[in-house]
Design a protein around this ligand. Structure first.
Ligand SMILES: [Fe+2]
Length: 355
């Protein structure tokens, strides 16, 4: 190493003669040399005086603070600065020991100046490589952090967009549900109550989270198919003729067809189509039974029937609660899925209607 870039070497030795020899020799080779006579002085130069040498030559045996004691302190404060230990010819074990503790190398005193310069040159190259690696690691870490931050903010934005979309979607569903109620004068608030009761039943039944939104949509829109039924039939106050009944029975099919057009409603389609099916297979429009009936439909079926019985209808007034509960219990395994009836009674969901 010629020292053409003026590398700085800190020489730490308590022997003035050695400091002198090393100082002259290294300066002649082009190094800038700084001197300290013990470990403490060296540390003061490195910390208070802000010296940033390319390499430290550190004598092992010195008063006040020995090289052995100073080494871990220097390594701790300046991990990228290579430290070369200076050791007496009869103290090789200490030199090797120092290398185990983080010294870059050791030199036996007296050494030829060329050899000293060679070891210092290697140490400085090592320092440069370590600095580059350190800088690379720092940049990598910086990049990783910025990536993490941008992923985090993108995720937040996506969540917010999803939330807004979901709200807008539910508002559309709500508006659709209200159009049915506007058509059928006896069903004011029915869709909303069926939705609320269905969600409570679903919670009691521990329906998977992913199905809750579909249930909410299907419950609100279970009668959307009534849009296709003439109002004179829907609002007829007397008993329906058999053919009028057949027309009414079309509403789950019409509703399912309407929902199937909108991709967002895909999971709610069967909940609407099957909300008049019965556990015993005697329902409509498909006459399917038991587990073949969509789980959402099983829930909506009970919520719908319960709310209808609890409200005034064209052909009758609201039924007393005892009669309603008796009927629901009687329809376990007949009209209704047993687990839904059980959830209804276990969670005492009829109590909300008593208030
Ligand atoms: Fe219906």
């Amino acid at each position: 190493m010629t020292g053409s870039t003026r590398h700085t070497v800190l020489v730490v030795d308590d022997d003035p003669a050695i400091r002198k020899v090393l100082s002259l020799g290294l300066e002649r080779l082009g190094f800038t040399v700084r001197l300290a006579s013990n470990g403490q002085e060296a540390l003061d130069l490195l910390t208070s005086a802000g010296l940033d040498p390319d390499c430290v030559l550190l004598d092992i045996r010195m008063p006040i603070l020995s090289g052995k004691e100073a080494l871990p302190k220097i390594r701790g404060l300046f991990p990228l600065t290579p430290v070369i230990m200076l050791t007496a010819y009869n103290d090789l074990a200490t030199g090797l020991d120092a290398m185990k503790n983080g010294a870059f190398d050791y030199l036996v005193k007296p050494s030829r100046m060329e050899h000293i310069a060679d070891v210092i040159g290697k140490a400085i190259r090592y320092r440069e490589i370590m600095r580059e690696k350190f800088e690379l690691d720092r940049k990598k870490e910086e990049y990783r952090l910025s990536l993490e931050r941008s992923i985090e903010s993108t995720a937040l934005e996506l969540n917010e967009t999803y939330r807004k979309l979901k709200t807008a979607n539910m508002q559309t569903v709500q508006a659709l549900a209200e159009t049915i109620e506007a058509k059928d004068q006896y069903t004011q608030g029915h869709c909303e109550r069926v939705k609320n009761l269905s969600l409570k039943l679903a919670q009691k039944l521990a329906l998977p989270d992913g199905q809750m939104e579909a249930l909410e949509i299907a419950a609100l829109l279970h009668d959307i198919g009534k849009i296709g039924i003439p109002e004179r039939i829907l609002n007829k106050s007397g008993p329906l003729e058999p053919e009028e009944n057949e027309v009414i029975k079309m509403h789950p099919i019409i509703g399912a067809q309407i929902l199937s057009i909108v991709e967002l409603f895909a999971k709610a389609v069967n909940g609407v189509r099957h909300h008049h099916e019965r556990w015993d297979g005697q329902g409509y429009p498909d006459g399917i039974a038991g587990e073949d009936i969509d789980p959402l439909a099983r829930i909506i079926s009970l919520a719908d029937t319960f709310d209808a019985m609890a409200q005034t209808r064209p052909y009758r007034g609201a039924l007393p609660m005892e009669t309603i509960l008796e009927e629901i219990r009687a329809q376990r395994n007949k009209q209704f899925a047993p687990e839904v009836v059980d959830a209804f009674f276990d969670a005492r969901l009829y109590e909300d209607y008593l208030r």
